[in-house]
Ligand binder design. Structure first.
Ligand SMILES: [Zn+2]
Length: 502
């Protein structure tokens, strides 16, 4: 599907419609055949020998995992620049017997590491990208490590390493003849900006996975009962005409004016959207000096809502706002979609399984130094100094609207049954995507969460390999949740553009 928008460009008295383009690609995917429905939740089993072995195999990698996680924390590479981070994970998998396919889906930092053969196929997602501009030392006060550099403010150094450790543990059990099937570790870049997983979906990945497993660092430990918001990410550019801002301003058409009108329009719209909607933008460029009328402005905009349909509604309105802003300022505009993430199909059967494993494994024990570090981060950011909250949170009903935040894990959940959970790797309530999370992700608080997440992932994978009825129940629930839904992706045609930010 293609959409075209029109902008106007005033030249003297002539008005020319130049029709700037909005380039986006949407694709649809078909689903594999479903097994017979099996709705009842299989009874929790006592941990099998393989499950205990998987936990031990993760524990044996503790030193390697800390080394890998800390290395990726130090690299702090942003979307599609994660060369060393991806290599650290892919190389370790290769050294442990995985076959590694690199440069997947046109992304040099995407890979798929596989081991074993036949069914079931269990996929495990790994992320490793950092966020620009939040470099931070392991410290309880805000202290930049490298000026202007990125930081692991979402804990993706832990994310990627956990998935690696769990995949290697599963591989050892397959190699030893204890489990049958295939394990696939997906190296999925650019979660923070472009959604590397969506390009991998377009490339045909995930479709034959029986179950996909993923986790995320958090300030609480919980199986997934909330999900993610859908979003759309796009760039609006305004092209005007420069002139001397004092001597002959009548000859100018200000792109900065259009950007202001556009963002003002979005802020007026805020009153008339549902509480579940989030709209945010950054003005990335709007001129250099006040005495030159800016002929170019660029606004990066993200819109979110609980479901894809809600995002599409708001997006249509914001497209009109961009058009109106260009008309009022007498400039031309273009709108280009960069990405769009989908909400998540939450599978209660799988989330309960993960909850059981989190409960069985239990939270980490923190030293007094670690608790003091956590409280200091909370105090430094004006939060109640509660320390760490790492015990598994109780199961709760799935709410109609997920809390704020989006992930391309949501997209994968429409391609294959996807189970997700969070583990506390940072103190409760500290600002996310911010320096306290960078600090906690690079020290023992992060490492302890990492080990709980990796053992939980490995234990859950063993359950799935050993229990066909459980896999069938998960797939049946997924078939029900995704019935009648045609998944569409929101990415530009061609390979993903590497974002400007370092
Ligand atoms: Zn993240």
């Amino acid at each position: 599907m293609r959409i075209r928008l029109s902008g106007v460009w005033l030249v003297g008295v002539a008005v020319a419609c130049l029709g700037p383009s909005v380039a986006w690609a949407q694709g649809a995917s078909s689903k594999p055949p479903m097994p017979a429905a099996a709705k009842a939740r299989p009874a929790a089993r006592p941990p099998s020998a393989n499950k205990k072995a998987a936990v031990a195999l993760v524990e044996q990698q503790r030193a390697d995992m800390i080394r890998t996680s800390d290395a990726i924390w130090g690299f702090a590479e942003t979307a599609l620049r994660e060369t060393r981070s991806a290599a650290a994970i892919a190389d370790y998998a290769e050294q442990h017997g995985f076959t590694v396919e690199r440069g997947v889906a046109g992304m040099p930092t995407a890979f798929v590491a596989s081991y074993g053969s036949g069914r079931p196929v269990i996929g495990i997602l790994a992320e490793y990208d950092a966020l620009p501009g939040i470099s931070q030392k392991v410290s309880t006060t805000k202290e930049t490590l490298v000026e202007g550099a990125a930081g692991q403010g979402c804990g993706h150094n832990l994310f990627g390493t956990v998935s690696l450790g769990a995949a290697v543990a599963v591989k050892e059990l397959i190699a030893g003849g204890k489990l049958k099937g295939t394990v696939r570790l997906y190296g999925t870049p650019a979660e923070e900006r472009l959604g590397g997983k969506i390009y991998m979906i377009r490339d045909g990945r995930f479709r034959d996975d029986d179950v996909v497993l993923a986790w995320h660092p958090g300030d609480e430990t919980k199986a997934e009962f909330e999900g993610f918001q859908a979003n759309i990410q796009f760039v609006v550019e305004f092209q005007g005409r420069t002139a001397h801002a004092a001597a002959d301003p009548w000859n100018g058409r200000s792109a900065a004016d259009a950007a202001e009108l556009y963002t003002h329009g979005i802020n007026m719209l805020r009153e008339h959207v549902k509480p579940s909607v989030r709209m945010h933008y950054t003005v990335q460029k709007a001129g250099d000096v006040p005495n030159v009328i800016p002929d170019y402005a660029r606004v990066l905009t993200w819109l979110r809502d609980s479901k894809r349909a809600g995002v599409d509604d708001i997006f249509a309105r914001v497209q009109d706002i961009a058009k109106g802003a260009a008309l009022m300022a007498g400039v031309q505009h273009t709108l280009k979609i960069e990405a769009g993430f989908t909400d998540m199909a939450i599978l209660e059967t799988g989330s309960r399984l993960i909850h059981d494993n989190l409960t069985w494994l239990g939270p980490p024990t923190y030293t007094e130094e670690e608790e003091a570090f956590a409280r200091a981060l909370q105090q430094a950011t004006g939060k109640e100094p509660k320390g760490m909250l790492a015990a598994a949170q109780p199961i709760k009903p799935i709410p109609p609207d997920p809390p704020g935040g989006s992930s391309d894990v949501g997209d994968v959940s429409w391609i294959a049954p996807t189970l997700h959970f969070s583990v506390a790797t940072a103190p409760k309530d500290v600002p996310w995507h911010a320096w306290p999370v960078v600090a906690a992700s690079g020290m023992s608080i992060g490492h302890k969460g990492m080990m709980l997440a990796a053992t939980t992932l490995a234990a859950t994978a063993v359950d799935l390999y050993e229990n066909a009825a459980l896999r069938d129940a998960i797939r049946a629930e997924w078939a029900e949740k995704t019935k009648g839904v045609t998944y569409r992706w929101y990415i530009p045609e061609g390979p993903p553009p590497v974002p400007d930010s370092k």
